[in-house]
Design a protein. Structure first.
Length: 379
C-alpha cells in the first residue's frame, strides 16, 4: 500500500499531467507555429505490467573495448548471458556496441544475437543510436535521419519494438545553441520534428517506434519534451522518459507529466545525474509509472562518474534488486482513471507562456455524470 507521501503525490500528478496535456494539445504554450495536435497515448487494457530490462550502456567501457576488437570480459553476446543469470526480462541492446557501428550489423550476427537471446529467454526490448538533430548543418541532420532509418530496419530484424534517438546535442562541451547559432528554439524544434516525423513514417513500415529521449540539453523539462512530441504528431513516435535528465527543481513532476505518453524508459540511479548522492526514490517512481497505466519495459541504466569507482558487475545487480523491491511495494497501485487525467480548468500562463500553478478564471468544465461508472483514482 502506498504511504502518505505517495497518496499526497497523486494530486500533484493529476494537476501536472492535466495542465501539460491540455496545454500541449491546445498549443497554448507551445512555440509559435507548433503543430496543433493532440498527444498520442497508447490504448492499453488491464492493470500496469512492468518488465525489467537492462540498458547495455551500463557496461559501456567493456562493450566499447569488445566492439573495437580489444580484449574485454564483456560483449553483447555475453551480456545476454548476464541478463539471463539475473533474470532480466529484456535487454536494451544499444546500437553502438554492435561490431562495426555505425555500419549496420550483417544478417549473420543479427540472427546469432537474436537466437541467443531467444534461447536465454531474454527479450530485446529496444536499441538506440547516436544522432545529431539540433545542429544547423542540414547535411549532418540528413545523414542522421538516414542512420536512424537504417537502424529501424536493424531493430525490425532483431524484433526490438523501439529505437531510441536523442533530441539533445551529443557533442562534448556543445549545446543546441552553439551548434545552431542564430537559430531560435522554435526553428530548431521545427526541423527536429520534421526529421523525427520522417523517421517515424519509416518506422511504421517496419513496425518500430521512434523513442525520443530527454538528455538535459534541448529537452530539460517535461514541457519541452511534450512540445516536441506534440509537434512530431505521429503515433509511431513518443517520449522515452530518462529519469535522470529533467533539469528542474522537482524531476518527479516532469516524469509524471510525460509518463502517460511514454513508449519506453531509462531508469537511472539518481534523478540529478551520475555520481550524485541523491538516490532515485524508486517507490515514488514506480507509483508514477503504475498510475500512468504503463505496460512494458523499464530498462535500468547505471553509469560511471568521474573520480568514483564503478563496477557494473556490482552496480547493476544492486540497482536491479532495489527496483524489484519497488515493483513489489507498489503492486497494489492502480492506474488513475483516464477522465481524472483530463483538466477541469485551463491553467494560467506565465510570461513565457508556460503553465503556472495559478488557476485560470475560466469556468470549469462540466463535471462527469456521476451516475456513470467511473474508476476512482484512490482507494
Amino acid at each position: 500500500m502506498a504511504d502518505a507521501s505517495m497518496i499526497a503525490s497523486r494530486r500533484s500528478f493529476l494537476t501536472k499531467v492535466a495542465c501539460l496535456s491540455a496545454s500541449a494539445a491546445g498549443g497554448a504554450w507551445l512555440p509559435a507555429g507548433a503543430v496543433q495536435a493532440a498527444l498520442h497515448r497508447a490504448e492499453r487494457s488491464g492493470n500496469p505490467r512492468i518488465k525489467i530490462s537492462m540498458n547495455a550502456y551500463s557496461f559501456s567501457k567493456l562493450l566499447n573495448d569488445s566492439a573495437k576488437g580489444r580484449e574485454s570480459e564483456m560483449s553483447l553476446m555475453k551480456l545476454i548471458d548476464f541478463c539471463a543469470r539475473y533474470d532480466f526480462d529484456g535487454l536494451d541492446a544499444t546500437g553502438y556496441f554492435f561490431p562495426g557501428y555505425p555500419a549496420v550489423p550483417d544478417d549473420k550476427y543479427v540472427n546469432a544475437f537474436k537466437r541467443r537471446a531467444f534461447d536465454s529467454g531474454v527479450d530485446i526490448s529496444g536499441t538506440g543510436v547516436r544522432n545529431s538533430q539540433t545542429t544547423a548543418d542540414r547535411a549532418v541532420r540528413a545523414a542522421s535521419v538516414e542512420h536512424i532509418k537504417q537502424w529501424v530496419e536493424v531493430a525490425a530484424r532483431l524484433g526490438a519494438p523501439v529505437v531510441r534517438v536523442f533530441a539533445d546535442t551529443q557533442m562534448k562541451s556543445r549545446t543546441w545553441q552553439t551548434v545552431a547559432p542564430g537559430s531560435s528554439r522554435d526553428e530548431v524544434e521545427r526541423w527536429m520534428a520534421d526529421d523525427f516525423r520522417a523517421c517515424a513514417e519509416h518506422g511504421e513500415k517496419f513496425g518500430v517506434i521512434i523513442g525520443v529521449q530527454n538528455h538535459g540539453d534541448f529537452l530539460k523539462t517535461s514541457a519541452e519534451h511534450l512540445s516536441l512530441i506534440n509537434r512530431i504528431d505521429s503515433p509511431w513516435c513518443g517520449p522515452i522518459v530518462d529519469t535522470g535528465y529533467y533539469k528542474t527543481d522537482d524531476p518527479y513532476q516532469d516524469i509524471a507529466a510525460v509518463a502517460p505518453y511514454a513508449v519506453n524508459w531509462q531508469v537511472k540511479e539518481s534523478p540529478i545525474g551520475a555520481g550524485s548522492d541523491v538516490r532515485t526514490d524508486l517507490v515514488k517512481l514506480l507509483t508514477i509509472v503504475r498510475q500512468s497505466g504503463y505496460r512494458g519495459y523499464l530498462p535500468i541504466e547505471t553509469l560511471s562518474a568521474s573520480g568514483q569507482t564503478y563496477d557494473p558487475f556490482v552496480a547493476v545487480p544492486r540497482f536491479l534488486a532495489d527496483l524489484r523491491q519497488a515493483v513489489e511495494a507498489t503492486a497494489a497501485v492502480t492506474p488513475l482513471a483516464e477522465n481524472a487525467l483530463l483538466p477541469t480548468e485551463q491553467p494560467a500562463r506565465s510570461a513565457q507562456g508556460a503553465p503556472t500553478d495559478q488557476q485560470s478564471t475560466k469556468p470549469a468544465r462540466k463535471p462527469p455524470n456521476k451516475n456513470k461508472r467511473n474508476v476512482t483514482a484512490t482507494r
